[in-house]
Design a protein around this ligand. Structure first.
Ligand code: C2E
Ligand code: MG
Ligand code: MG
Ligand code: MG
Length: 274
């Protein structure tokens, strides 16, 4: 009995492995036509200044309107797109669309775009960004590129070279999910970043774990001494907002201010602010 139970478990394990592999294969196949079939969408999440509560920017977050699966979130396809290489085309679409949308907004509103590790090794990236800015008329200082710590680790010399070229265009560079990589301080030391985005896990823990709050305080102090802006991700409650204000954090983003929303809603929010 025990023996057959084990065999069953192995069989189940293998078939669920097959199933997972099949889903990944199908996803990869469909991803290759997602851009040309116009299936990608961008949502925008508001970023606010904690000083005067004004809107300082929007982060562009991609979704995939799949013909049969419905709206697919990035966790279900970005890593697969990186594996199969489709991320380059997807990343270009995101950059172009975000610049086009943001160019229509009034005021000095930033548009933050996530870059994947593969994009940071693409020799065409810098030219593509320059062209997207030129074509849409978006001022370079309004474009912010978000990269994660792991990207700088992968192929460091090359990644740093591309980052410097991007910065020379006049765009700003933010370090995303800060504090979750295994060499945060080293990354910070390697390049002159314009913004640190504190990973939302620290804020989530801050109410129950005083250590998390101390870490937030330290990151804010670090940003101040290095003259790097600090934004906190994942603000969900008034308590968390008050904590960030007390610690002197400059900017924040999270469900408390707004979920990622369609471009029309983001524009309406901007107009309402005046
Ligand atoms: P991220 O860049 O750290 O983006 C923030 C994520 O946190 C978004 O999830 C956002 O919806 C979510 N979020 C914002 N505020 C809150 C909050 O208060 N509470 C909670 N629980 N979550 C909050 P989303 O849109 O599912 O994106 C997940 C990740 O997928 C992003 O993390 C980013 O790493 C990646 N991603 C999204 N769009 C793109 C893209 O265009 N290109 C690339 N390469 N990656 C992208
Ligand atoms: Mg981001
Ligand atoms: Mg993040
Ligand atoms: Mg993330």
């Amino acid at each position: 009995r025990a023996k057959s139970g084990l065999a069953e478990k192995i069989c189940y394990y293998e078939s669920s492995m097959d199933e997972a592999a099949r889903v990944r294969r199908n996803t990869a196949r469909d991803l290759w036509t997602a851009v040309e079939n116009d299936e990608l969408r961008l949502l925008y999440q508001v970023q606010r200044s904690l000083g005067d509560n004004s809107i300082v920017g929007y982060e562009a977050l991609v979704r995939w309107q799949h013909p049969t699966r419905g709206l697919v979130p990035p966790v279900e396809f970005i890593s697969i797109a990186e594996e199969c290489g489709a991320i380059i085309e997807i990343g270009k679409w995101v950059l172009a669309q975000a610049c086009e949308d943001a160019a229509k907004w009034n005021g000095d509103i930033k548009i933050a775009v996530n870059l994947s590790p593969a994009q940071l090794t693409d020799p065409d990236l810098v030219a593509f960004v320059r062209q997207a800015l030129y074509r849409t008329g978006l001022s370079p200082r309004r474009l912010e590129l978000e990269i994660t710590e792991s990207m700088v680790i992968a192929d460091r010399t090359r990644a740093l070279h591309i980052l410097r070229q991007l910065k020379a265009l006049g765009v700003t560079i933010a370090i995303d999910d800060f504090g979750t990589g295994y060499s945060s301080l080293d990354t910070l030391n390697a390049f002159r970043f314009d913004k640190i985005k504190i990973d939302r896990s620290f804020l989530k823990d801050s109410e129950t774990n005083p250590q998390a709050r101390t870490i937030i305080r330290a990151i804010v102090a670090l940003g101040r001494s290095l003259e790097i802006k600090v934004l906190a991700e994942g603000v969900e409650t008034k308590n968390q907002l008050d904590l960030l204000k007390l610690e002197g954090c400059e900017e924040a983003q999270g469900y408390l201010f707004g979920r990622p929303e369609a471009v029309e809603a983001a524009e309406a929010r901007l107009l309402a602010q005046g």
